[in-house]
Design a protein around this ligand. Structure first.
Ligand SMILES: Cc1ncc(COP(=O)(O)O)c(C=O)c1O
Length: 371
C-alpha cells in the first residue's frame, strides 16, 4: 500500500511509539492524572476554594489559548497579565495578584525562562503559583519544579487520546479526578487508529476519522474533572518520550538551519534558541501581516501540511484585550515539526514554504491583499 504524506493535525497511534526499554517516562514521584488540562485545574479549584459563593482569581498570560480560558472562566474569575511570545520575560508590573489568587505561569512554546518566576514567587509567597508545562512536559524546569502546583495537558505533545498530569513541587495535597470517564477519549483513540490505517494507504476515508475527532473534541470540551482514560493511563510510562524529545528538537533545529539563510521580510521564526534541558513545542513563525499568514496557511493545507494557529484571539468573544497579543495572534503560525516527522519531512516542508514565497502569482495576491 502507498503511504500518504501528510504533516500535522491530530496524532495517530502506532505501536512504534512504545519504548523498547522500560522507564523512559520521567514522571514526578507523586502526581494525579486527569482527562484534560482544564479538568486538572477544575480539580485544583475544588480543593482550594473554601467559599463556594465566590470565585478564586486566576491570572492568565495575555497570550494564551482562548478556548481554554473560556472554559476556565466557568470556575475562576479570570484576570490577565502581560506575557508575550516575542518577549523574553513577562511584564510583572501588570500582574496584580493578591494573597490566595492563582497565577498560571505558561512555559509558552517551551522556550520561556524559569528563573524570573522562581524569583517572583519567593517575593510573593502568598500567591499560588501554578506552572503550565503543556508545551514541554519533560523539561528540566518541569522536572525540577518548585511551584505550588505544576500541570501539563499531555495530549498536546504525546500521541495519547486524552491525559493531563498535575503535581506539586512543594508536596502539597493534590486534587483527585472523579470516577467518571469521558467517552471522548475512546472516540479519539478510534480516530487515531483509523488515521494510521488511512496514512498507511488503507481503505479508510478521511471523513470517518475526522468526524470521530470532532465528536471526541466536543466530549472532551465538556469535561469537568473526569479521570484519564485507561488507555492513556496505562500507555504513559511505556511511551518513548526521550526519543520523541530528541526528534522534536532535531527537527526544529533543522527547520531553523534551513530557514536562517533566508533574509525573509515576509516571515521569521519566532525564536532561534532555547534553554538547556528544554525542547520547543514546534517550529513557530511570525508573518508580516495576517493576509500573508492566512494565504500561506491555505497554501500549506493544499500541500497536505496542516499548520494550527496558537492561538486565535478574540475567539468566541474571549480576549485578553492586549493589542500586541491580538496582533501576534493574527500573524503567528505553527509549522508541525514534531516527533512524527524526520529531517527529510522538515526539508520538504521548508521547500514548500519557500516555494509559496517565490511563486509569482502567490506573491501578487499577497501584495494585492496587504497594501
Ligand atoms: C498551554 C495550554 N495549557 C492548558 C490547556 C488546557 O488543556 P486541555 O485542552 O487538555 O484542557 C491548553 C489547551 O489548549 C493549552 O494550550
Amino acid at each position: 500500500m502507498k503511504q500518504l504524506w501528510e504533516v500535522g493535525s491530530e496524532f495517530d497511534w502506532s505501536n512504534d511509539f512504545i519504548s523498547p526499554v522500560r522507564g523512559t517516562a520521567n514522571l514526578p514521584s507523586n502526581y494525579e492524572l486527569f482527562s484534560t488540562g482544564c479538568a486538572s485545574l477544575f480539580g485544583l479549584e475544588k480543593i482550594l476554594n473554601h467559599k463556594p459563593d465566590r470565585k478564586l482569581k486566576l491570572h492568565l498570560p495575555c497570550f494564551f489559548c482562548m478556548e481554554a480560558a473560556s472554559k476556565l472562566k466557568k470556575a475562576f474569575d479570570i484576570c490577565w497579565y502581560r506575557d508575550l511570545p516575542n518577549q523574553k520575560y513577562p511584564d510583572f508590573e501588570t500582574l496584580k495578584a493578591c494573597s490566595g489568587d492563582l497565577v498560571l505561569v505558561v512555559n509558552l512554546f517551551g522556550v520561556k525562562s524559569a528563573q524570573v518566576w522562581q524569583d517572583w514567587s519567593k517575593a510573593n509567597r502568598e500567591v499560588i503559583l501554578v506552572e503550565d508545562h503543556s508545551h514541554d512536559p519533560f523539561s528540566t524546569w518541569s522536572l525540577q519544579s518548585q511551584a505550588d502546583y505544576a500541570m501539563a495537558s499531555l495530549r498536546k505533545t504525546l500521541p495519547i487520546p486524552d491525559g493531563a498530569i498535575i503535581w506539586s513541587g512543594k508536596n502539597l495535597s493534590l486534587p483527585k479526578a472523579s470516577e467518571s470517564e469521558s467517552d471522548g477519549a475512546y472516540k479519539r483513540l478510534s480516530a487515531m487508529l483509523l488515521k494510521r490505517a488511512y496514512l498507511n494507504g488503507g481503505n479508510v476515508s478521511k471523513d470517518t476519522y475526522r468526524q470521530l475527532e470532532v465528536e471526541s473534541q466536543d466530549s472532551l470540551d465538556k469535561i469537568e474533572n473526569d479521570k484519564v482514560s485507561a488507555f492513556s493511563e496505562n500507555v504513559l510510562s511505556s511511551l518513548d518520550i526521550k526519543e520523541f524529545r530528541r526528534r522534536r528538537e532535531a527537527n526544529i533545529e533543522h527547520f531553523l538551519h534551513l530557514t536562517l539563510s533566508e533574509q525573509e521580510e515576509n516571515w521569521q521564526p519566532l525564536f532561534y534558541s532555547w534553554e538547556d534541558g528544554s525542547v520547543p513545542f514546534n517550529s513557530i513563525i511570525i508573518c508580516r501581516n495576517r493576509e500573508i499568514r492566512d494565504c500561506l496557511r491555505k497554501y500549506l493545507i493544499s500541500k497536505n501540511i496542516f499548520p494550527p494557529i496558537h492561538w486565535p484571539q478574540p475567539h468566541n468573544g474571549m480576549t485578553s484585550d492586549d493589542l500586541e497579543a491580538i496582533d501576534l495572534s493574527n500573524r503567528i503560525l505553527t509549522i508541525p515539526t514534531d516527533q512524527r516527522y524526520c529531517l527529510d519531512d522538515v526539508s520538504r516542508v521548508v521547500n514548500i514554504i519557500k516555494e509559496f514565497f517565490t511563486t509569482r502569482e502567490m506573491n501578487s495576491s499577497i501584495y494585492a491583499n496587504s497594501q
